[in-house]
Design a protein. Structure first.
Length: 404
């Protein structure tokens, strides 16, 4: 125990204890107007009781830790486990929740009803309603924070388990969204035309590569010459080993780094190239060193790196200029690749491996949608299948012609 003299003339008696969950020391204190032997003895008893109570709370998972404190600890832990961009999205979402809830809400006192009202209000807000997918992401972020709190012994229950969100009916919207997730041939051509018209061969090559390989933009931006390989049969492939990412709020010279691994476990893979991308690979590797990035942004202020956010801004401009009524973002090339493979009859699991998806609702939805279209088209063609009477009649007619 130690004593701090306050400006008011009173005395603050302080002691600390080691939190067994975090291995960090935390303080407890009490204040008296005097500082003598009797007061010090009484203060020590109070502090010992406070420490005993705190440790007992930690043991029983019934602490007064705030949701904000849980968020801070979760983000510290998640930063070591998640890809940077995934972690940053969760950080942004959780910081917004803490700002709206306030930093003093005790985690164990937040009820399922409170969270339900919060999420429902996001869905049905008259001014700025959120989509089901966005609200579900918020729900997921809250849940993982509580799950960590349970594992670490701060709390005993996750209120999200009993949350029942009143989701919007989106069956028609989802059917339309599936078709908006990938490009038709003429839309893809319009994007390439825009690149030609504005003399942006660097952008055109990037788009062609994503369309032909299904790779994420960060994976393409992070491709180095050493990642373009040839197998024993002379087939070229790109070895995906990481993504080029931009670290927010850092020195521009240190902002762009390549991660050690792809976005997910399934993301580290070999992607075999089409004839078109093989030519691109050889063109872009020429004159480069082994560690050089082969796809460079040639815009004067870009420092040579590709930035997904800025590419998406360009795609918005292209959509407006070329009258393309879809949400043009870099992922649309990836989804377009999935649609083309589905048209060709590739099995779903093979497609998922090629694009580096362990499991994806969007990939599966596009696959099922395209295969259904192909099936429907085949069924329609059956309507023109010649029937036996027609074949027989035509044959008899031909035989009569021979006799004449």
């Amino acid at each position: 125990m130690w004593i701090v003299t306050l400006r008011s003339g009173k005395y603050k008696f302080v002691d600390n204890y080691k939190n067994p969950l975090t291995n960090k020391y935390q303080e407890v204190s009490c204040t008296f107007g005097k500082n003598n032997r009797e007061v010090r003895k009484k203060a020590q008893m109070i502090l010992d009781e406070k420490i005993r109570k705190k440790l007992n709370e930690l043991k029983n998972g019934n602490t007064d830790v705030t949701f904000s404190q849980l968020v801070d600890q979760y983000l510290d832990l998640a930063k070591k486990q998640l890809a940077y961009n995934t972690w940053y999205r969760k950080k942004t979402t959780l910081e917004k929740i803490v700002k709206e809830w306030g930093p003093k809400l005790i985690a164990r006192k937040i009820t399922s009803q409170y969270i339900n009202k919060y999420l429902d209000n996001m869905l049905y807000n008259s001014k700025h309603p959120y989509a089901n997918e966005t609200v579900n992401a918020y729900k997921s972020c809250i849940s993982v924070v509580y799950d960590m709190g349970i594992r670490y012994g701060y709390i005993t229950k996750n209120p999200v388990d009993n949350v029942k969100v009143s989701w919007k009916s989106q069956s028609q919207k989802r059917r339309e969204e599936i078709e908006n997730k990938y490009l038709e041939d003429d839309e893809y051509a319009k994007i390439l035309m825009y690149c030609d018209e504005h003399k942006r061969q660097d952008l055109k090559d990037l788009f062609i590569w994503m369309y032909n390989t299904g790779m994420r933009v960060g994976e393409v931006a992070g491709l180095q010459k050493k990642n373009i390989l040839e197998d024993k049969d002379g087939h070229y492939f790109a070895r995906v080993t990481g993504s080029l990412i931009s670290i927010k709020n850092t020195d521009p010279d240190k902002r762009h780094i390549k991660t050690k691994n792809a976005k997910s476990f399934a993301g580290d893979r070999d992607v075999y190239l089409t004839p078109e991308t093989t030519k691109l690979a050889l063109k872009h590797c020429k004159g480069n060193k082994s560690n050089d990035y082969i796809f460079k942004n040639e815009w004067p202020t870009s420092l040579g790196y590709w930035n997904e956010t800025k590419i998406n801004h360009v795609l918005k401009t292209i959509a407006s200029d070329k009258d393309i009524h879809k949400n043009l973002v870099t992922h649309i090339f990836r989804h377009s690749h999935v649609s083309k493979l589905a048209e060709q009859g590739w099995p779903l699991n093979v497609i998922q491996h090629r694009v580096g998806h362990g499991n994806s609702r969007i990939t599966r939805s596009i696959y099922l949608h395209i295969t259904k279209k192909v099936k429907d088209a085949a069924i329609n063609r059956l309507n023109n299948f010649p029937d036996s009477d027609t074949i027989l009649a035509e044959t008899k007619k031909a035989e009569k012609m021979k006799v004449i």
